[in-house]
Ligand binder design. Structure first.
Ligand SMILES: [Zn+2]
Length: 141
């Protein structure tokens, strides 16, 4: 099992037909973004239709998980028992994902040290045998 950052009682993400490939890849510790096979536009979160060309055809591209903090907020209220406070919710601008941004948690840093533009890298948190959540931590460059 991976390092843990959040308690078991965290509400799990909801998977549906559109997002299931993302979560299946995540369970294998692969971060993927949906890419329109019509025009190449990438999108995350996944959507059934391309916002650029309206094509419903898409595939999934694995990305590195490197990026930087686009913006963030510090949360002081728990949503699960046993949760350490405060914690950081961040929008991560992924470096090699066609310009998409991903909302996740920044872990492994004091909230006081988080800054816009901070380089980050992906870290997987195995919440169970079937569910891995992508989180991000500071990347020292
Ligand atoms: Zn498209």
């Amino acid at each position: 099992m991976s390092e843990r950052f959040f308690p078991d009682g965290m509400p799990p993400p909801l998977a549906d037909a559109t997002t299931l490939p993302f979560w299946r890849a995540a369970a294998e510790h692969r971060l993927v973004v949906q890419r329109c096979t019509g025009c190449g536009h990438t999108r995350l979160p996944p959507a059934p239709v391309c916002s650029e060309c309206r094509s419903a055809e898409a595939d999934w591209t694995q990305v590195s998980g490197r990026g930087e903090v686009y913006t963030y907020t510090i949360v002081h209220r728990p949503i699960a028992a046993g949760q350490q406070l405060p914690y950081v919710i961040a929008v991560i601008a992924l470096a090699d994902a066609g310009g998409v941004r991903m909302i996740s948690n920044l872990v492994g840093a004091s909230p006081d040290d988080v800054a816009v533009g901070m380089p980050v890298e992906l870290v997987w948190e195995d919440m169970s045998a079937e569910l891995a959540i992508p989180r991000f931590r500071p990347r020292h460059v």
